[in-house]
Design a protein around this ligand. Structure first.
Ligand code: FPP
Ligand code: MG
Length: 338
């Protein structure tokens, strides 16, 4: 494994940069591939494209792709780095569009594209990023990324559309919520591992296990994201929070709180949720109630259960420092504050 620190030496309280330190050289290769894919942006779009590229700060997906390739017995070769860069670029494109849909103002501590350049430009920049990713996949000798990722992007979009169709519906249940986040978030986490494993030469079994790990990790990531939307500190998280409430999204903290209330109080709970969706005061009051009722702890427990499922998927993966690193990344995802 490149770099100095071995994954096993990473302390449980380490921040993400320390967790990913052993992958520094690999991540540099993915970063180079990502920048190369974007290099052909026109002078008119260059500043906006560069601005969007600042959104891929945590580099979790590229790290997962690199680890998957290494677990398949490969170095981070050019195709691995390009495939990882493509997944990250698709992720960036989705964030640019997501911020328009959510009327978000800040991401990664800087203004969103919709705020800085307006919705019109932001839609087009998201499309440029997506088209660059699509083009890079088409030029890979092995067409796997092109075929597989076109399906994945469809799943992400279906997840977003599903979310839209149930917006401001306080009756949706946990199953439906899980179906939405499976599409909008977990599919791309799964993809990060699958493409890394594939271009690293993994067999179908290893690809399947790593993909399943990515799915559960992505589920946990989004559950924590939805909890942070209620309780996070904007300065730490670095993006607009409270948008789930203002956009009428029925996320897991709300579902668990509603379902945890006594049957005779269910109607009142639904009314409180609707109130929170329409007023800032209502949202703040409900956030306090979610905390006091234990709904947020139950949300954390649901994320932890996904991490446990993710870790179980690693049981059949050969023991290696990289496997431990996946475990460390998984544990980071549930205790993250950003
Ligand atoms: C974040 O959700 C959003 C996503 C994970 C997916 C968004 C996808 C689209 C808008 C489809 C666009 C697709 C392409 C190919 C350009 P969130 O709002 O809960 O998270 P946040 O707190 O980070 O905003
Ligand atoms: Mg959003």
């Amino acid at each position: 494994m490149p770099g100095s620190a071995t994954p096993a030496s990473t302390s449980p309280s380490a921040g993400l940069p320390e967790v990913l330190a052993p992958l520094a050289a690999d991540l540099e290769k993915v970063g180079d591939a990502y920048r190369e894919i974007l290099a052909s942006a026109s002078p008119e779009s260059r500043d906006m494209v560069r601005h969007a590229a600042r959104f891929n700060g945590k580099r979790l997906r590229p790290a997962l792709s690199c680890v998957a390739a290494r677990l398949a017995g490969s170095e981070v070769t050019e195709p691995v780095a390009i495939a990882a860069g493509i997944v990250e670029l698709i992720h960036t494109a989705t964030l640019v569009h997501d911020d328009i849909l959510d009327h978000a103002e800040v991401r990664r501590k800087v203004a969103t594209l919709n705020i800085r350049w307006g919705n019109h430009a932001a839609v087009l920049v998201g499309d440029i990023l997506f088209s660059r990713a699509y083009r890079a996949a088409a030029y890979l000798e092995d067409p796997f990324a092109s075929r597989y990722l076109s399906d994945v992007v469809g799943i992400v979009l279906e997840g977003e559309i599903h979310q839209d169709t149930v917006s401001h519906d306080p009756t949706i249940g946990e199953e439906e919520y899980r179906e939405i986040i499976r599409g909008k978030t977990a599919a791309l986490y799964e993809a990060a591992l699958v493409v890394g494993a594939h271009y690293g030469g993994a067999n179908e079994e290893l690809k399947g296990r790593l993909g399943a790990f990515g799915h559960h990790l992505g589920m946990a990531f989004q559950i924590i994201d939805d909890r942070l939307d209620v309780t996070g500190d904007e300065a730490t998280v670095g993006k607009s929070l409270g948008t789930d409430m203002s956009e009428g999204k029925m996320t897991l903290p709300l579902i668990l709180w509603r379902d945890g209330s006594a049957p005779e109080g269910r109607e009142a709970a639904v009314a409180r949720i609707q109130e929170a969706w329409s007023s800032d005061d209502g949202a703040q009051e409900l956030a306090r109630e979610l905390e006091a009722s234990g709904a947020l702890s139950r949300t954390d427990a649901a994320a932890q259960a996904e991490i446990d499922r993710a870790l179980a998927c690693l049981e059949g993966v050969p023991e290696a420092p990289e496997r431990d690193l996946l475990g460390t990344i998984a544990r980071f995802v549930v205790r993250r504050t950003l």
